[in-house]
Design a protein around this ligand. Sequence first.
Ligand SMILES: NC(=O)c1ccc[n+]([C@@H]2O[C@H](COP(=O)([O-])OP(=O)(O)OC[C@H]3O[C@@H](n4cnc5c(N)ncnc54)[C@H](O)[C@@H]3O)[C@@H](O)[C@H]2O)c1
Length: 257
Amino acid sequence: MNVAQRVCIVTGGASGIGRALCRRFAAAEARVVVSDLDLAGAEAVAAEIGGIAFRADVGQERDLASLIAQVEQRVGPIDVFVSNAGIAIGGGPEVPDDEWRRIIDINLMAHVWAARALVPFMLRRGSGYLVNVASAAGLLTQIGSAPYAVTKHAAVAFAEWLAVTYGDRGIRVSCVCPLGVRTPMLTFGDNRITALLSPDAISPEAVAEAILAGMEREEFLILPHPQVREYLARKTDDPDRWIRGMQRLQRRLEETA
Ligand SMILES: NC(=O)c1ccc[n+]([C@@H]2O[C@H](COP(=O)([O-])OP(=O)(O)OC[C@H]3O[C@@H](n4cnc5c(N)ncnc54)[C@H](O)[C@@H]3O)[C@@H](O)[C@H]2O)c1
């Protein structure tokens, strides 16, 4: 899909990948809606690119439903919805349930709620594009964060299901799975994880460029880091070998503690 003149919503548009994507959409002459929990940040990006800002907490279904209804009414039919907003927390099974539920809501249920509100419109029109930003952690894993790895795997699974179910009815779906990206998220807490991801980290602008190119080709899996395709092939080819390799990485990380 070429995004020129299309109505494109980006959640988490005030920072990082979302902001770079809003700018790149605007450069491609899309009609951009910048949505974020941080309204001032969304307004700043919207003012810069001639877009429109909306506050929405993607962890709340009513906010997403209202964002979609308002844009449909006030701006026009939504052609592209990018579920980009996401959070990262560290830890494993000891993470309290309310934090697990919060990250599940933001990293997974936001994609479900956006689809719930938008798919009926898109099916009626016979067209539309859902771009779900997951992570390479959703294909591989995330050392140091079970909630992030699990919710991103679930986001990939949901995107696959959407593509399989609605692909013949005009809805396009892409799932974006970057490795490290130089945004505030990369420095979210554990310095050892930041150090692990930093050598391969790319700019949010490079991710936005990869997303536009992938959308142009209507490609399901958008991999801004090409090496992820090879890592995924190694994992599916020999899961035990892959686990042993990841265990070595985990040990190295613990040794630097
Ligand atoms: N940075 C990386 O290394 C990396 C790698 C792979 C995938 N990702 C994914 O890319 C996406 C964007 O991450 P980023 O690196 O640009 O992060 P970022 O922290 O720079 O930006 C995230 C944006 O989302 C907004 N946000 C957070 N919670 C929200 C909520 N409940 N409702 C609405 N907006 C909310 C924040 O205000 C912020 O503007 C995320 O889904 C993330 O998991 C990031």
